[in-house]
Design a protein around this ligand. Structure first.
Ligand SMILES: NC(=O)C1=CN([C@@H]2O[C@H](COP(=O)(O)OP(=O)(O)OC[C@H]3O[C@@H](n4cnc5c(N)ncnc54)[C@H](OP(=O)(O)O)[C@@H]3O)[C@@H](O)[C@H]2O)[C@H](O)CC1
Ligand SMILES: [K+]
Length: 462
């Protein structure tokens, strides 16, 4: 059982392909199932302190994992019972079932136990749960002290992250992803039904284009560093200058060496912020590492002209956020040479890109490919995508739902992007990570100013 930071995320079809490749390379479903079942048994035993476990088994290999886990737990002297929705159907599950010598109850009238180990369905779900199965799981899970899910809470769609009623009402305490994480482990509503997620490694090779975000490796200043080598951020101020100032503080506290605000009133905020008039020549300064436009910009003709000028000048890396997203034609970005990061929430994303096919992960990647940019799709799970890669951030904090936190995020990303050696995708990823970390440091009921201030300790720990 291992932590999930940096781990690959595979769709159900990709998981089957990875499993097939492992089998072609000399493994077998039975060997993989043995490893999965024993891993589930070990993790369960560690968590439940001797309490009786009811294992519910389905007809496929998820059920097979359950029979192996039951046999392993019983072999260790742990109290365990098994209930099934019907007979096993795959060869490996039939063999696993044959290894279990105890009785098997019918799912629909099984007696509850303090621990419910859910091995009914995993990645092979082909349709929503029948009402009697959802009802049985609701009954057994409510009567249990703790629910543990093998691979996924049963009835969850691995790819779309739809979740069944029983699991939304009674989330698992622990979900043990088998072989790799699936989109449903990161996307809501399924993610909330999974509880804590850990991986049981089955030794299968997996593509890593889509992964859970990991702690970033951020550049540290050295003896030769000065403010420009740390990265200079230029921020275009507009109608609501406070938003631009929040972004400026965030950029400074998350590592930028120099932050200048262009076109504001010329005052306010910490003295470390430099105020300059808006002049296109000043924004062409080649010492600038990244330009942020959008927080508090307004949506009038002047705002539109400023955005247009920056996009067409194509002299610097850009972060486009907030109001600027409402003035943007994403297809106009394709002609640019310098990287662009867009930071829409779900509504802004929809307005920019409509609803491309697939899960949120697919949509973010499709949009990034269409505009030739990096998309930071903000939400309870924040997704960072370019045309080829996706990183998903699971450390979202519900207290971030307050005004100004998006401005702080935009400034944090701009600071990472401004560093002279930054890889743009890694910079966006690091910005999201630092922002989430700062939120946990800021505690509860914080305001955006507190969040920006918490970036100093967040950056110190990265
Ligand atoms: N990935 C790996 O390396 C390993 C994964 N393991 C485990 O295997 C499952 C996936 O196993 P699979 O057999 O493909 O699928 P499931 O066990 O999830 O379920 C398939 C069976 O369930 C039936 N089904 C599907 N939906 C429903 C439903 N709503 N109601 C009733 N029955 C349903 C389906 O029948 P069909 O009628 O649709 O044909 C199948 O009979 C994975 O999640 C891991 O737990 C292995 O341990 C090996 C390694
Ligand atoms: K399951």
């Amino acid at each position: 059982m291992i932590a999930i930071d940096g781990q690959p995320i595979l769709t159900a079809a990709q998981m089957r392909a990875a499993e097939d490749a492992a089998i072609a390379a000399g493994s077998s479903v039975t060997a993989l199932m043995q490893r999965a079942g024993e891993g589930i048994a070990a993790a369960t035993r560690r968590l439940v302190a001797g309490a009786e476990v009811l294992i519910v088994c389905g007809p496929g290999n998820n059920g097979g994992d359950g029979y192996v886990a039951a046999t392993a737990l019983a072999g260790l002297g742990h109290p365990v019972r098994v209930a099934a929705s019907g007979p096993p159907k795959t060869d490996a599950a039939i063999a696993a079932r044959a290894g279990w010598t105890g009785p098997i109850e019918a799912l629909t009238d099984a007696t509850p136990a303090p621990i419910l180990l859910d091995c009914l369905f995993g990645t092979g779900l082909t349709r929503p749960l029948a009402p009697e199965i959802d009802a049985a799981l609701a009954r057994l899970s409510h009567a249990a002290r703790l629910v543990i899910a093998a691979d996924l809470p049963s009835g969850t769609n691995a790819d779309t992250a739809e979740a069944p009623d029983w699991a939304k009402a009674r989330p698992a305490a622990l979900t043990l992803a088998l072989g790799a994480l699936k989109p449903a482990h990161g996307l809501h509503p399924a993610a909330a039904a999974c509880g804590t997620i850990r991986l049981i490694d089955l030794g299968i090779d997996r593509p890593d284009a889509v992964t859970v975000a990991a702690r970033p490796a951020l550049p540290q200043p050295g003896p030769a560093s000065h403010k420009y080598t740390r990265g200079m951020v230029a921020i275009v101020a507009g109608a609501m200058e406070g938003a631009a100032r929040l972004a400026a503080v965030a950029a400074l506290r998350s590592g930028a060496g120099y932050v200048a605000l262009y076109g504001g009133s010329g005052q306010g905020g910490p003295d470390a912020i430099v105020h300059r008039p808006y002049e296109p020549e000043a924004l062409a300064d080649e010492r600038i590492g990244a330009i942020l436009i959008g927080p508090g910009l307004g949506r009038d003709d002047e705002a539109r002209a400023h955005l247009q000028a920056l996009i067409e000048a194509d002299t610097h890396r850009l972060v486009i956020d907030g109001d600027a997203l409402h003035l943007l034609d994403p297809d106009a970005l394709r002609r640019r040479h310098n990287p662009v990061v867009l930071t829409p929430h779900a509504g802004e994303f929809h307005a920019l890109f409509g609803t491309p096919d697939g899960s949120l992960l697919d949509r973010a990647r499709t949009a990034a490919a269409r505009a030739g940019v990096i998309v930071v799709l903000k939400g309870p799970t924040t997704i960072v995508a370019d045309a080829a890669r996706v990183r998903i951030h699971l450390a979202g904090n519900p207290w971030l739902s307050t005004a100004g936190t998006g401005d702080v995020l935009a400034g944090t990303i701009a600071a990472q992007l401004a560093h002279p050696h930054a890889d743009p995708m890694a910079a966006a990823d690091a910005g999201v990570w630092l922002h989430a970390r700062a939120a946990w440091i800021a505690g509860k009921s914080f305001i955006a100013d507190d969040l920006a201030n918490a970036l100093t300790p967040a950056r110190a720990g990265a």
